[in-house]
Design a protein around this ligand. Structure first.
Ligand SMILES: C[S@@+](CC[C@H](N)C(=O)[O-])C[C@H]1O[C@@H](n2cnc3c(N)ncnc32)[C@H](O)[C@@H]1O
Length: 477
């Protein structure tokens, strides 16, 4: 027997009109709900205990119980759905009644705050005490300040949850039995950046990632609610062993997701101290890189001259105390051409006449400089070039500066690596935008110094064509 998911979806649509997506009350459409449920493996047990926190009108519960009924018809299901908003509870109860009508399903709708009533001193939700086999969620999202009650309530679990959705995931995970699975459809933001670093540490210490689903186009999942955000669906297994991760991608205009698997260490690089969760592309190529810039003793800084704040120091003509001022527009195929005539001309001289200005210049030396913003028409996100001159230099704020680097061959090798196709693909596994921050560069995998030197030996800083660059960094490793 199967559930009429059309009815469940109509209930969702009729309720959705009354709620504002900004309040985190975006309900999962039928197809997406089935996709989320499909990302769970069903345990081979007689009874499956399921939790749906922040259940809304129950779309996820319905899709999951439907799947259980099809795949393991003889299994009994105990389903707990928690919803804080009393206006949604009648609709949720209707859905749960329909679910119960499938037989061998016990449901309870609990009107409560999953976070505040579920844990901490005020915990009242006895129904949540026993561990669950499966947790399925499309949690609310909103930033949590350091002293937000939800964040404080979760702290005893050992987690810092900077967002409501992270708090839901952390609590859900802690309520799983060993080898139980949690699937969540959430914003991609927790997968990288420092803001969620402690949260990732918590997640990855307690569970392993089993599956990741992404959407190529931002408006595909919650299309009918007008929500535009980069969503992912991720399945975690509590206390599981590291193994290959199944990745799937929904492409615009193609109803069938594209599937492939990636090695765990391509998703969470063992060398990455920040444990970014990457989504490698299908080729998941082996890169000869297991160091970071810091391992090589190299620092990264954002160019110090913010030109609109230092207008009187940025000059068109040289003066007695001026030093070269380098903009992204000075990048020229791997080298920095200075001074340079540009279409939208930028001042090429920085007047280091006083202490304020002198603080903004770099010591003489050799630097690998990276654009902070790549233009859309540029085929790669990371665009690097070498600065190598005798005197001091000023880098404008739209650049990142790596170095100084003493060995010219290492600088050329690093520039080849940063400008390569494999590095670009790695970069795209964790960054969805065109900006390249100093923090991003610090986490990028970099080959060891000998490898960089061997690539750069007897080569000039000017870059060869893309194919030649890619050949150097893959074949000659
Ligand atoms: C993004 S909606 C998703 C609803 C449903 N899971 C779905 O997929 O259609 C999040 C739901 O969580 C509920 N919610 C928000 N904060 C909550 C809390 N602290 N405890 C329980 N439910 C909460 C909201 O009212 C909303 O119904």
């Amino acid at each position: 027997m199967s559930l009429d998911l059309t009815l469940v979806d109509q209930r969702r649509i009729s309720m959705a009109g009354n709620f504002a997506p900004e309040a985190g009350q975006v309900f999962t459409p039928r197809e997406a709900a089935s996709l989320v449920a499909s990302m769970l493996d069903l345990p081979k047990v007689d009874r499956i205990r399921v939790l749906d926190p922040g259940a809304g009108t129950g779309s996820l519960s319905a899709a999951l119980v439907n799947k259980i009924r099809h795949q393991v018809p003889s299994t009994t299901v105990d389903l707990v759905a928690v919803e804080r908003d009393g206006r949604l509870v009648p609709a949720l109860e209707e859905t749960l009644q329909e679910i119960e009508s499938l037989g061998q399903v016990n449901t309870s709708a609990i009107e409560a705050d999953y976070l505040l009533d579920g844990v901490g001193l005020t915990a009242e939700l006895g129904a949540l005490e026993d561990p669950f086999d499966l947790v399925i969620m499309n949690p609310p999202y909103a930033k949590l300040a350091a002293n937000a009650p939800e964040r404080l309530a979760l702290r005893p679990l050992g987690v810092e949850a900077p967002n409501l959705y992270a708090a839901f995931m952390a609590l859900g995970l802690s309520q799983l039995r060993a080898s139980g699975q949690l699937v969540a459809i959430v914003p991609r933001s927790f997968m990288n950046g420092t803001y969620f670093e402690q949260f990732r540490e918590f997640l990855l210490a307690r569970s392993v990632i089993r599956r990741i689903h992404t959407f190529e186009s931002r408006n595909t999942v919650f299309g009918d609610s007008g929500v535009l955000q980069e969503s992912v669906i991720v399945t975690f297994e509590s206390g599981g062993k590291l193994g290959p991760i199944e990745i799937s991608v929904s492409r615009a205009n193609d109803p069938v997701p594209h599937h492939y698997t990636a090695d765990y260490d391509k998703v969470v690089l063992p060398t990455d101290p920040h444990q970014f969760i990457r989504i490698p592309d299908e080729h998941g190529e082996d890169v000869p890189a297991d160091k970071t810039l810091a391992d090589l003793g190299l620092t990264v800084a954002t160019g110090r001259v913010v030109d609109f704040r230092a207008r009187s120091y940025c000059l068109n003509d040289p003066g007695e105390e001026t030093v070269p001022l380098v903009y992204p527009g000075n990048f020229d195929g791997g080298v920095i051409t200075w001074p340079r005539i540009m279409k939208r001309q930028k001042p090429q001289h920085f007047d280091a006449r006083d202490d304020f200005a002198r603080k903004q210049i770099h010591a003489p030396g050799r630097y690998v400089v990276v654009k902070r913003f790549s233009a859309k028409e540029e085929p790669r996100r990371v665009v690097a070039a070498i600065w190598d001159a005798e005197g001091p230099v000023a880098f404008e704020n739209k650049t990142n500066v790596i170095g100084p680097i003493t060995d010219p061959a290492v600088a050329v090798g690093l520039s080849l690596w940063l400008n390569s196709g494999p590095l670009d693909r790695l970069f795209r596994t964790f960054s969805g935008h065109t900006q390249v921050n100093a923090g991003d560069l610090r986490t990028l995998p970099i080959p060891d110094e000998d490898t960089l030197r061997s690539w750069g030996n007897n080569r000039k800083p000017a870059l060869p064509g893309q194919n030649a660059i890619d050949q150097i960094v893959t074949e000659e490793a």
